[in-house]
Design a protein around this ligand. Structure first.
Ligand code: ARG
Length: 277
């Protein structure tokens, strides 16, 4: 089975092992009207629970080393995607990355506002499987506390926010075009929670793609395409009814009508990470 599309930012290409990466040409371009894809810039001060994951050592300094997103769920606890901490993305093991930080409250990655806080500890969901992307969740413990009011509530198993059709918003500093145009300000796109049947049909796990697994995944998008997360948004939040329901994990291309974005199902996977408080 092929791995999900995990493409580090261009600055990282020279550092990461090139063979493991999905070549640019292998991805179909996003719809022409796609511009996160189909989103709009938002002020990060108004979304205080979204943080950027950064390593200038691995990804260079132009965009403050941003390579994934993260979500504040408690003063010293940030959720992200487990695959963001893989050797495939980092080009090194996570313990070798000495400057792994979260950046909170920064409007523009090219500026110096907000705070940079070192990551003290990394815990992966015990069921995380890099081959299938199941349980794609990691809990980061920060070296300093953020204000408690910056944290967002997390959805529980069976939360009504998982109901198909529920409007949701995804946030990130990732690609806004599907062809490698990385944002320097936070973007947000509106999507809808999709039924498992739609996700399973989109990702049956044929030779050309990964398989949708409803036990640890959920998917969201819009029927006409054009609104989605994209490369660089991984680890960032999908929020519905004021609660965190998903973490950006994978997808085929970006913003395609027939390929909704796949997210870690937070309500199922977060409780499996032991001692997370
Ligand atoms: N794996 C990507 C990352 O590492 C996220 C891809 C999400 N794709 C999508 N079409 N929703 O940034």
């Amino acid at each position: 089975m092929r791995r999900p599309i995990i493409r580090p930012l261009p600055a990282a290409l020279a550092l990461a092992s090139a063979v493991a990466l999905t070549p640019l040409a292998a991805q179909a371009p996003a719809a022409a009207d796609s511009v996160i894809i189909g989103g709009a810039a938002v002020r990060s001060s108004e979304i205080p629970w979204v943080v950027a994951l950064s390593s200038r050592d691995r990804f260079g300094g132009t965009r403050a080393g941003q390579f994934c997103g993260g979500v504040v769920v408690a003063p010293t606890q940030v959720l992200t995607a487990a695959h963001c901490l893989s050797r495939e993305v980092l080009g090194a093991t996570v313990s070798e990355v000495r400057d792994l930080r979260v950046i909170a409250g920064r409007e523009d990655l090219r500026g110096s506002g907000g705070r940079e806080i070192p990551v003290r500890r990394v815990r992966l969901a015990p069921g995380y499987d890099p081959a299938t992307s199941s349980a794609d969740l990691a809990v980061l413990t920060l070296g300093a506390a953020l204000p408690a009011r910056h944290a967002i509530a997390t959805a529980r198993r069976g939360d009504e926010a998982y109901r198909p059709g529920t409007p949701a918003t995804v946030y990130g500093w990732g690609d806004t075009t599907g062809i490698g145009t990385y944002a320097s300000t936070l973007h947000a796109a509106r999507v809808q929670v999709q039924p498992d049947s739609v996700c399973a049909r989109a990702y049956p796990g044929s030779v050309t793609g990964s398989r949708y697994q409803p036990a640890t995944m959920m998917c969201a998008g819009d029927a006409r395409g054009g609104h989605d997360a994209c490369q660089g948004d991984s680890g960032g939040p999908l929020v519905a009814r004021g609660r965190l329901i998903g973490i950006v994990s994978w997808g085929s291309g970006c913003g395609r009508a027939d390929s909704p974005g796949v997210y870690t199902r937070v309500g199922e996977v977060l409780p499996t990470v032991a001692g997370r408080r």
